[in-house]
Design a protein around this ligand. Structure first.
Ligand code: SF4
Length: 315
């Protein structure tokens, strides 16, 4: 069976060996974050629909999971906001009833958790990883560029409400974009709000491969320490560089070699690679990140997007 909606398993720095489930068409999201590694959102929406029929996703999952693969997580993620798919609850129920040995994680921007039906649909997951990058309305607009129907205070209330009823783990991710949300004022607001949400972990993230907007820069270690000092006392964890990716069993050197062979012929965007090699965009991005970290490839921002090419070694 050729899989269209599941991908991997991908080696994930936070989740170990994770099988990705992408229930949303490419870049269909409630946000258009300046740092999104998948590029600009092409369908900015809050409409919940069965974008991809649940039965198609379930058929792929059944085909794959019946082979009893060794996995740490089944992870709803992808190139958009997974809770926009109205069938997500049905898929989670199917997995819990038929494959209870696997844990379920959901990577979400958390923007729809203010809706009771969304909270109810994902309640049986084991781990939710929502993001929260700003508390003040102005900074929220600058960094997340959300659909106009969304207000940050409503989103925060949804996160607090969900935490109260959810029995699993909540790992809140805060992306720091230097010059936007790392001011003293915003960091204090974030700290107070995180205390109200009460997550199990707070993961501080920053740019580690090119984002949608080329002016978003990675945070340096000194600034990162400053950020952490504002979050003192919170269960903070920095998402470390993923040096050990190759040590993870699911890291596939064939894929890496195919990526290198392709961009050796001509520079490509992540989307080009994904299409040419028939690998999901998220999986492609993971390998590109590893290659960037090991300085085997470099990126260049051009009109059509971010291109990757072989890094010429300086002599
Ligand atoms: S919420 Fe996630 S998928 Fe949507 S634009 Fe932001 S980073 Fe990209």
């Amino acid at each position: 069976m050729k899989y269209k909606h599941i991908f991997g398993p991908v080696p994930s720095r936070r989740l170990g060996i994770s099988l990705g489930i992408d229930p949303i068409p490419f870049k269909t999201c409630t946000y258009n974050c300046v740092y999104c590694e998948c590029g600009a959102t092409t369908n900015l929406t809050t409409d919940r629909k069965e974008y991809i029929p649940g039965k198609d996703i379930i058929a792929e999952l059944k085909d794959y999971l019946d082979r009893n693969p060794k996995l740490d997580y089944l992870t709803f993620s992808g190139s958009g906001e997974p809770t926009l798919n109205i069938g997500i609850g049905k898929i989670i129920n199917f997995l819990k009833e038929n494959y209870p040995q696997y844990k379920i994680a959901i990577l979400t921007n958390g923007s729809l958790l203010y809706q009771k039906e969304v909270r109810d649909e994902i309640i049986k997951a084991d781990l939710i990883m929502p993001s929260l990058d700003a508390v003040s309305g102005t900074i929220f607009k600058q960094i997340n560029r959300a659909h106009r129907g969304l207000e940050i205070q409503t989103i925060i209330s949804g996160l607090i409400e969900f935490r109260k009823i959810f029995k699993g783990k909540v790992w809140l991710e805060v992306f720091i974009a230097p010059g936007i949300n790392d001011t003293e004022e915003e960091l204090k607001l974030l700290r107070d709000t995180i205390i109200r949400i009460d997550p199990d972990h707070v993961q501080i993230n920053s740019l580690d491969r090119p984002g949608t907007e080329s002016w978003v820069k990675p945070i340096n270690n000194i600034s990162l320490k400053k950020v952490i000092s504002y979050f003192k006392g919170l269960p903070v964890e920095i998402i470390a560089n993923f040096e050990s990716r190759e040590k993870i069993a699911s890291f596939d050197y064939n894929i890496e070699e195919r990526i290198i062979a392709t961009i050796r012929r001509r520079p490509c965007t992540a989307e080009d690679l994904s299409e040419t090699l028939g690998i999901h965009i998220n999986e492609t991005n993971k390998y590109l990140q590893s290659l960037l970290e090991r300085k085997k490839v470099e990126s260049q921002n051009l009109e059509r997007g971010i291109f990757f090419k072989i890094k010429i070694r300086e002599s």
